[in-house]
Design a protein around this ligand. Structure first.
Ligand code: 2U9
Length: 344
């Protein structure tokens, strides 16, 4: 029995020594130390031994079991450490490798232009005011000197929602509401960017929805020269310091007098080209002195207060600035279009 135990020990230790992975090691543990293993069998056979031999043999079995267990544990630790080493080696990160480029998005050209214009006016002390896209007929028309039946209402065919509500046709109701909130006291100095809607058929230069930016200044002693100076600063900052402006008489129901502003062509410098249609001038925006009726309707004393206002289509400004030939590009979500306007 003693010899059999020694034999088992040597056999087990040799197998442990030769084991190459944890699974094999576990199989050896089960085979030699498990309930159905040879050592358990030796223990079962101890009943046949004399009372004198039994404790000696019992002690020997324990020594053999402990030896095998000790060698198994040692080998297990070695194999586990080797497995960790191998995993670390295979998962090593080379920190010197160049990183994968991150895809960076960019502003839509319309957003870029609107933000540029906003910044420009914020720098001149204006605040930004925003309002509702679904407006009351009163603020969209009535308060702007366009009573029901006024012929100019036809100029802006509108998307009516009910008899008294519509998608705003311009951002002017924002100014009308802001003035009303001032309760007859100046100064008011705001720009109002926002989406507007008109029942136009879409083509290269018309869109049923577009972005307007309007401005309004109301205070004592506001004059046409203030408007002219403001527009000149705007033109130069937006289209280059060499720009000249000219004002042509026009008509808007909410301003009197009304003007349209042209800038000297920034492509040909005024000589005449395709962009300025050989005139040397490009129409940029409309403007004027706020009509006394509009001031009074918003609660301002038109003898004490005067004001100027201007309005422009942001798409037109962006199309001119970036040489975009079709307004529909802004709204058809072709990523290739947007990606052309990446900042350097
Ligand atoms: C108030 C008083 C006056 C806003 C103005 C224009 C002239 C103008 C057009 C430019 C191109 C609209 O986008 S466009 O079609 N706008 O020419 N807008 S003065 O005048 C106001 C607004 C609000 C209370």
């Amino acid at each position: 029995m003693q010899d059999r135990l020694k034999e088992l020990q040597e056999e087990a230790l040799a197998k442990v020594e030769a084991a190459v992975d944890l699974k094999e090691l576990n199989d050896i543990r089960v085979a030699y130390l498990g309930k159905k293993g040879p050592i358990t069998e030796v223990l079962r056979g101890m009943g046949k031994l004399s009372a004198e031999e039994r404790p000696k043999m019992g002690a020997l079995v324990n020594v053999v079991r402990e030896k095998i267990t000790e060698v198994l544990t040692g080998k297990q630790e070695k194999l586990e450490a080797a497995a960790v080493e191998q995993q670390l080696a295979s998962e090593t990160i080379d920190v010197t490798l160049p990183g994968r480029p991150v895809k960076v998005g960019n502003h839509h050209p319309l957003t870029a232009v609107v933000e540029q214009i906003e910044d420009l006016f914020l720098g001149m002390g204006y605040s930004i005011a925003e309002g509702f896209e679904v407006e009351e007929d009163y603020y969209n028309f009535e308060a702007l000197n366009l009573p029901k039946g006024h012929p100019a209402r036809d100029m802006q065919d509108s998307f009516y929602i009910t008899d008294e509500t519509l998608l705003r046709t311009h951002t002017s109701p924002v100014q009308a509401r802001t003035m009303e909130q001032h309760k007859g006291k100046g100064p008011v100095k705001i720009i109002c960017p926002g989406k507007v809607y008109r029942r136009d058929s879409d083509d290269a230069t018309h869109s049923h929805q577009f972005m307007q930016i309007e401005g309004l200044v109301v205070d004592e002693n506001i004059r046409m020269s203030d408007l002219k100076g403001t527009l000149e600063v705007f033109a130069k900052k937006m289209f280059g310091e060499d720009r000249q402006i000219r004002l042509r008489p026009s008509f808007f129901p909410f301003t009197e007098p009304s003007v349209e502003m042209d800038i000297s062509c920034f492509i040909c410098g005024g000589k005449g080209c395709n962009v300025c249609k050989k005139t040397g001038w490009i129409e940029i925006l409309g403007a004027g002195m706020v009509h006394p009726n509009v001031l009074e309707m918003a609660g301002f004393d038109s003898k004490k207060y005067t004001g100027f206002a201007f309005g422009m289509g942001a798409e037109r400004i962006a199309m001119l600035k970036y040489g975009i030939d079709d307004i529909r590009h802004f709204y058809t979500n072709d990523i290739r279009f947007v990606q052309q306007f990446k900042r350097a």
